[in-house]
Design a protein around this ligand. Structure first.
Ligand code: 9Z3
Length: 345
């Protein structure tokens, strides 16, 4: 290691004081006509048939051979392109920590996982060594002219490696990427439909940070927006609302699966109210609420038939590297057990 120790600055954390105000009312849930409109007016990604084939193989393998339950974990932020040949796009903060870490705990608990993630965001297992402010070469050392894992990291890496191998060798992890919000929506719909045969043994854990606004295809310029397109030195971009497809997913795209959505807020006074209103609007099983500022430290489970349930880590636990997902996923699995039992009655 270098004798000069560098401080790790994180430039991705927003200043809390400048967080957006979301006290405005919620958008209406998407209706069948919104769904028809959206999918009629936006082209599917060209690679969708290949994903469909991978999904069919994965789902039928686990249904017929392993009998494992399946968790669909969505993870990371969606982009909103401003041009068809995309030079510029709108993005959000999500790195995919929640999704990637949760996927590991689902796998450890015997689930097969479909990991629908923003391409190049954090992945299960590799997240321990990627996107960090440390270079991966810092984990290496030279010995007798050969490069090897630095012994001080090798025990921890061996643990991660074994879990990774286990997931690979048992074909329990299917990675499916997206980048844009359109790719995300088409792929989510496809996965939901493919999982219909799985009924209550599937759980949807929707942790991706999906954009609320986008530019519809019909209004999207083909080429890079020119600086001459500005008026008085200002560029105006008109965004449309992304239909709230959770209602369609619950009512139509999926069948019998347990559905969990996440509610992200920045204002503590709104969190529970918004989580409850999401439950009332979409009639799904669980909303996990979290605040941007404290999301790694506390979350709240909100459901229609149970008391609100907070999961919190102490500062000591956080300092020791404990991840809140190690408590969230066993709690989710308990609820999924109950859901499956109820479905059998
Ligand atoms: C979440 O709330 C996730 O927990 C986070 C995880 C995105 C905060 P990181 O990737 O963050 O670990 O850095 N996801 C859902 C966010 C969201 O967009 N929810 C919508 C909303 O709040 C409903 S689907 O309106």
């Amino acid at each position: 290691m270098s004798p000069i120790s560098q401080k790790n600055f994180h430039t991705a954390n927003p200043e809390e004081a400048t967080a957006i105000d979301r006290s405005i009312p919620e958008f209406a849930a998407a209706q069948v006509s919104d769904e028809d409109d959206y999918f009629a007016n936006h082209k599917p990604p060209s690679y969708l048939p290949e994903i469909k084939q991978e999904l069919e193989e994965f789902v039928s393998y686990h249904k017929e051979t392993t009998g494992k339950r399946i968790a669909l974990v969505t993870s990371g932020g969606t982009t909103v392109p401003l041009e068809n040949n995309t030079v510029r796009f709108i993005d959000n903060f999500s790195a995919g920590t929640r999704g990637a870490t949760s996927a590991e705990y689902f796998l450890e608990n015997g689930y097969a996982v479909i990991f629908l993630h923003r391409e190049f965001s954090l992945l299960p297992y590799s997240r321990h060594y990627s996107h960090s402010t440390n270079c991966f070469l810092d984990y290496m050392t030279e010995s007798n002219g050969k490069i090897e894992i630095d012994p001080k990291f090798s025990d921890a890496m061996l643990q991660v490696y074994r879990k990774y191998k286990q997931a690979q060798d048992s074909s329990s992890l299917l990675l499916i990427p997206y980048t844009t919000v359109n790719q995300y929506l088409y792929t989510l719909k496809l996965i939901s439909e493919e999982l219909k045969v799985y009924g209550s043994k599937a759980v949807f854990y929707l942790a991706a940070a999906v954009s609320d606004f986008f530019i519809p295809e019909s209004r999207m310029p083909q080429h890079k927006i020119q600086s001459s397109a500005t008026q008085n030195g200002e560029l105006s971009i008109h965004l449309a609302q992304v239909p709230k497809f959770l209602s369609r997913l619950v009512d139509n795209w999926s069948s019998g699966a347990m559905i969990i959505s996440f509610k992200l807020e920045t204002d503590n006074n709104l969190l529970l109210k918004k989580a409850r209103s999401a439950l009332e609007r979409y009639h799904h099983q669980l909303v996990i609420g979290n605040l941007l500022q404290t999301r790694k430290k506390e979350v709240v489970f909100v459901s229609s038939d149970k008391e609100d349930h907070w999961i919190r880590l102490t500062d000591e636990e956080l300092k020791n590297g404990k991840m809140i997902e190690s408590e969230m996923i066993p709690a989710v699995i308990k609820l999924h057990d109950e859901w499956i039992k109820k479905a059998k009655i």
